[in-house]
Design a protein around this ligand. Sequence first.
Ligand code: SAM
Ligand code: SF4
Length: 347
Amino acid sequence: MYLLTPHILRRFWLFLGATSCVLKSRFFTHRPFFISHVITSRCFAKCPTCLWRGQSIEQYDTTKIIKFYQQARNLGFVSTTIWGGEPLLREDLFEILGECKKLGMIVGIITNGYLLPQYYELLSKYLDFLIVSIDIPDEKHDQLRGVPGMFNNLLFGLKQIRGINPYLKVFINSVVSELNYKYVRKLIDFAEDLSLSITFESVNQGPVEFPRQEGKTVVDLRLSPEKEREVFNLIYQLKKKHSSINNSRSYLKLFKGGEVRYICHAPEISIRVYPDGSVVNCQDRTRSIGNVFEENLVDIIFSPQMKRLQKKAHSCSQCVDSGVIESSLFWNINFEVMANSMRLFIK
Ligand SMILES: C[S@@+](CC[C@H](N)C(=O)[O-])C[C@H]1O[C@@H](n2cnc3c(N)ncnc32)[C@H](O)[C@@H]1O
Ligand code: SF4
């Protein structure tokens, strides 16, 4: 049973806010309200699955970034998730997070956790949610990601941050691929030992999004259809007993059923901004639909390119990550997904 503490009431309030954004956009405005900010493509890790580490032109002028967020807030954007590359490598991250908070946005980051021991205190002050990626819950994680000490650092950081701010939403994110599918049960145990929850997602494949020396494409890391069905069926069954699993049953069902078809609404829900400010055209990643540091955001989100992208996305089911699929299902008023999201906000 949940006690109605001020924190739970605040989270319920945030959930209502997010739901009203979805409904407003779906039925009236058709414009996005979340930001997915790839703030840097720099990273010291070498995860074989990664599509977003590499070289890119990066905007270092913090005032331009803050101006973008001010415009976004004025246009009704309510939340940003900052990731990369490794977002904790951005020297001005806390300045940006602070401004976003002042603007009243819900802010979160996705990190590999290596630098958590250095930054957990600051993060606990600035963030509404923290997502830490774990592929294998022991030192084998270091080998997979190519960084000695990664697992111990993230474990230490997670414990510290839980200790100083038990109310911060902390999620584990685990990309299920050929490299780690055998660890699903262990990952759930790991999350539960730390009183955390965990999201599983399948691996997006294709060419890397920023140029780099090694690993120019991610292929053959997604599970074979049979194996994917088996592993996601296992997660589906485990979810009956483990409320620590964040995925909705609807998301898991798509994978355990073997046919991942959904109507994508990602461009009506969020914009993805790259390190140079370009707004990603997910249908053609060699072109962008605008640049938030060079144009007014209002012109980008009402542009004909944006309209075209929103329409084209409806017949695409390319992305398999939980963010795109769960939000698209929510948009389609899938009650199970809505109830599951409310549980995640409040828990
Ligand atoms: C690209 S990382 C960036 C943030 C940070 N460096 C990290 O590793 O958490 C964001 C998330 O994407 C996940 N990821 C990596 N490769 C992926 C892929 N091919 N498809 C889907 N998610 C992937 C990572 O495990 C992580 O949880
Ligand atoms: S730590 Fe994150 S950004 Fe870095 S290589 Fe791994 S998934 Fe990519």
